[in-house]
Design a protein around this ligand. Sequence first.
Ligand SMILES: [Zn+2]
Ligand SMILES: [Zn+2]
Length: 438
Amino acid sequence: MTGGSALLGGSAFAQAPAVLTNSQAGRRFRAYVKFTRERPTIVELRARALIERQVLLRVEAAQTCYTNVDQCLIAGYPMPPNGASVIGHGGVGIVEAIGPQVLHTRVGDRVVVNLHNACGKCFNCLRMRSDKCMSNQAGPAVPRYDMADGTPVFGGTGAMAELMICNEEQEVSIFSDVSSAELSMLPCVGGCGLGMAFTNVPVDLGSDVVVFGAGPVGLSALMGAKMKGASQLIMVEPIRYRRELAMKLGATATLDPNQYKERKLRPEPGIEVVIASDRHEDALVEKIRDMCKMKNTRVWAGGNRIGPDHVMEAVGGDRLKPKEVQGPDPTGVTVLQQCWELCSAIGTLATCSVGQPSGSLVEIPATQWADGAKHHWGGTGGGTNDRRDVPLFARLMETGQLNMKAVVGATYPLSQAREAYQACADRTVISTVVTPTA
Ligand SMILES: [Zn+2]
Ligand SMILES: [Zn+2]
């Protein structure tokens, strides 16, 4: 490859020089690869030559996203027909080579590779919804690696490998000395939680905020809401050590949902119901409403708001039964329903989870849907624009305002990637990070 800075002439706007991309072709490295049928395993791959806006990096850290655990741990789990692909939802690494059209990145940069693109040019990006960037629809997926027998291997977000080829649209250069393990919490999980608190939900000073789920996503949402000045922060989480961690990170109270499981339809829904959304009598909803009850109960004097100002959901469906305590509804659907019911009449709820059973439904009273004023923000990545927001999150980590170090649980070498995913599925630690080249 050629050197970078000497050819740039000092211009910050000069395009990065082309590299001898074929020099990367054939580089051998180990990766954790999933197949159409067989159980994932660690195999040796060879990198293909970089094309267009591809970037090759040496991976330093990658978090084990819970949404991958079934692919990693269930034998015969049905996979898309693409064939083999490297596992993972983003990571952190050092750029070793760049494709001929790369503009932002320089060789030697440390970059965060996000799950989603943020191209800044597509229809959705131009309308401030980079979390729904469409650039990955621009063409069919292309293989980036080959196995020794010639089998092509895909995997644009897979960072469970010593080397990774990603698209420039996915990655952001980080100019900070924050550790790669901490930064690795940002793609997909931490960034998603922070995105809920920072981007679309107007968490305001003195507000009451409820977060469901104290995993890495929910804890990040909690810390974001605290930074934005929420006064009461209630975390709902069935696992004790996660509730305790939430208290260390800023929660003012925690609730174990298994202590408030009672939920039943009201006898005559819609007839004698004071709050239109209350078709159910729900012990958890009632408990939280009670905790958020305003001292000022005078409707004519700015009081009597019912329910918290903002609700954020980071639970989702259980893909495997955890070793730790399970919540009241493993499908995650009841939590979505409770979030809607809890949210105050003009409040905001943000949801970001996945994994609910296909065909499951959330029930919203028609009058609330048609004529209500609850604001719902769903969306991939919590609404973040990764190119804009990831450097901000790294800055908050650098200054100590955001304690992502507390959310990094155990680290594993690449050879133990499966164990890392097992611990993630078991929920025996708050998170697991694989460090392929440590
Ligand atoms: Zn993920
Ligand atoms: Zn885009």
